[in-house]
Ligand binder design. Structure first.
Ligand code: ADP
Length: 260
């Protein structure tokens, strides 16, 4: 018998990237992309060289969050050159489709091809860390990335709502299967503080993520309140973490400090 192809199943590093950090969520709409973006900016402001890769091929949101658009240039080596804003290098499927409104209708092979390109054909400029914003859930993209890349660790974003927590365990076993260490859980939209009377309302339940982290024996990396300014700054393409460590952005800096 010929020797089997030992390259199969061997995880790859990315050239000129020291660490890869995955940001995942088990449900959509819990704030994963907002966390990825603000975390990338916080890490950058803590002095690291940071990249942000939008692996949400069918619903890319990084271009809007980072206020970036336009087609990436191609390097002499035929690689995609990242678009940069706020000191963070980024790449997203959103830059490669004609305009925001065009639906991405590819499936199957095209998806794999697009993903391969985003993962392996980008010319990152010496990154300490590449933050990858995964699509929600535990589908093909997440498993492919987990199997192909040498990852330093993953964080899982959730709200405390039972419905969001139900799948956290599924997400964790997926990462265990592909041997990716988990930094911990991040609770988003933990509390709403009324700007008028300062009453605190735990819209999605109290301490659900914390208890789930304890039950599963993983770290609780911190919580982010539900706040109108976090939302409006995202919509403006000026993520809240840009306002520094003292304001509402501090929650993201705490998470950044927890993983470095
Ligand atoms: P996901 O990536 O999980 O689908 P997004 O990051 O796109 O979620 O967030 C979903 C919506 O919630 C967006 O409109 C975003 O601006 C808003 N959002 C996220 N986190 C917060 C927060 N802490 N406070 C207020 N709005 C938030």
């Amino acid at each position: 018998f010929k020797p089997a192809n030992t390259n199969l199943g061997v995880k790859r590093s990315l050239s000129r990237v020291k660490h890869i950090l995955l940001v995942s969520s088990c449900k959509g709409g819990v704030g994963k992309s907002t966390v990825s973006t603000n975390l990338a900016i916080a890490l950058r402001n803590l002095g690291l060289s940071v990249g942000l890769l939008d692996a949400d091929i069918f619903g890319p949101s990084i271009p809007k969050l980072m206020n970036l658009h336009g087609e990436p240039r191609i390097s002499q080596q035929g690689k995609l050159i990242p678009l940069q804003n706020y000191g963070v290098q980024t790449m997203s499927m959103g830059y490669l489709i004609p305009n925001e409104d065009s639906p991405i209708v590819w499936r199957g092979l095209m998806l794999q091809k697009a993903l391969q390109q985003l993962l392996f054909d980008v010319e990152w400029n010496d990154l300490d860390v590449l933050v990858i914003d995964l699509p929600p859930g535990t589908g093909d993209v997440q498993i492919t990335i987990g199997q192909m890349l040498k990852v330093s660790g993953a964080i899982i974003v959730s709200t405390s709502q039972d419905l969001a927590l139900i799948d956290v365990k599924k997400g964790i076993s997926m990462f265990e299967k592909v041997k990716i260490p988990i930094y911990g859980l991040v609770e988003n939209m933990s509390v709403f503080v009324c700007p008028n009377c300062h009453h605190e309302e735990h819209l999605f339940g109290k301490d659900g993520v914390l208890k789930e982290a304890e039950r599963l024996g993983i770290d609780y990396l911190g919580s982010i309140p539900l706040n109108r300014e976090i939302c409006s700054k995202s919509d403006e393409g000026f993520p809240i973490a840009l306002s520094g460590k003292d304001g509402l952005g501090r929650y993201y800096y705490e998470i950044a400090e927890g993983v470095t």
